[in-house]
Design a protein around this ligand. Sequence first.
Ligand code: ATP
Ligand code: MG
Length: 372
Amino acid sequence: MSVVELSRLLAEKRVIVVCGAGGVGKTTTSASLALAAARGGRRVLVITIDPSKRLAQTLGVSPHDPEPRALPLERQRAVGIEGPGSLTAWMLDPQAVSDRTVRSLATDPAKADLLLQNRVYRHVTSMVAGMQEYTAVEALHRFIEDDHYDLVLLDTPPSRNALRFLDAPSRATAFLDRRVIRLFVPGSHNPIRQVATKMFERLLDLAFGSAARAELQQFIVLFEQVLVYLNRNQTEMQRFFASSDVAFLLVSTPRQEALDEAFYFEEKTRDLSLPLAGYILNRSRAWAANRPMPSEELLPKDASAVARRALTKLVELAGPEAESARQHEGLREELAVRAGEGFALALPELPSGASELESLVVLADRLAAPDT
Ligand SMILES: Nc1ncnc2c1ncn2[C@@H]1O[C@H](COP(=O)(O)OP(=O)(O)OP(=O)(O)O)[C@@H](O)[C@H]1O
Ligand SMILES: [Mg+2]
C-alpha cells in the first residue's frame, strides 16, 4: 500500500512539506522526493533551506540566487528526467524574499526604499523568530500562483518553529503588538496618547539616543503594513495548507531524540488539522530485515575447514546487524501505525553520504519502489 501512497503524492499533490528534527535528512529527502517526482514527469521546484555546500552544488543553487534555477538539462537527462518533467531548485534567502515582499506591497517606492534601508528592519528580518518560515511561505505562495510548477517541495528549518507560520492567524502581529505600535506612532489627536507617546519617546531617547528612536518609529510605521499583509496572507495560507493539495511528511532517524521531535510534529499537524501523509525513517537498516542469515546450507558439502570457520565468523558478525535491522523494521511498522491512513517508508544510510546526484537517485529509487 505504501508504494501506491507515496507515488500518488508525488503524482498528485501541489505542495509537500518536509519536517523533522535537526540533521535527520529533511533537505536530502526533499531533494530526493523532488527528483522522484520530476522523473515521474512533473515540473518540480524544491525550496531548500540551508542545504550543505555540497548538496547546493549538486542542485546548482547558491545562497543569493534571486530566482530558482533549473538543473542543467544534460544533468536532468542523466538522472532520467524527461520532458514535461523538470527539476528546479532554490535556496531560500529570507532577506531577499522579505525585501521583495516589501517592494511589492509598497504603494510608494520611496517608502519601500526607506524601509529596506532602515536598520531596524534589517535586524528584524534576520532576527525575528519565524521570519524564515514566513518568507518560505511567502515564496511558496508566489510559486503556486505563478503556476510554473506542478509540485513544490518545501524543506523546513531545523526547529520546532517550522510550522509556526500556521499556528495562529494573528501570530505575525504578535511580535509587534498593536497597542505598542500605537504608542510608538505619533500623530494621534487624543491628548492622553500624545502625552504617553511623548513620555515613551523621551524614555527611548534616553535608552537608545534620538536617532535610533526615530529609526525605530519609522520602522514600525512602515512595517505595520507588511505585517497586516502577512497576516491576511497567512489566513489564506492556513486554509491552503490544510487542503488536499498539500501533504506533510515527517522525517526521522531511528534515534530516540529524532523520533520524539517527529512525534511533536505529528501532534502539531493534528492540532492544526494539517494533512499528515506519513513518515520517512531515514538512515535505517529496516531494508535489511528480511535478508537471509548466512547458514551452513550456503556452503557446498565438501567445503573446507577455512570456509566453515569463515562462515562461523560471518554468522557472529551478522547477528547484531540482523538484530538492528529487525528493530528498525519494527520501528517502521510502529510509525506506519502512527501514520494511520498514511505510510512509513525506510531509507538506507548511504555509505558515501547523500550529497551527490547519484546518491539522490538511489534514495529516489528507494522512495519510488520501497519494497524492492
Ligand atoms: N540516507 C542518508 N545516507 C547518508 N547520508 C545522509 C543520508 N541522509 C542524510 N545524509 C547526510 O546527513 C547530513 C544531514 O542531512 P540533511 O542536511 O539532509 O539534514 P537536515 O535534516 O536537512 O539538516 P538540518 O536540520 O541541519 O537542515 C548531510 O550531510 C547528508 O548528506
Ligand atoms: Mg536542512
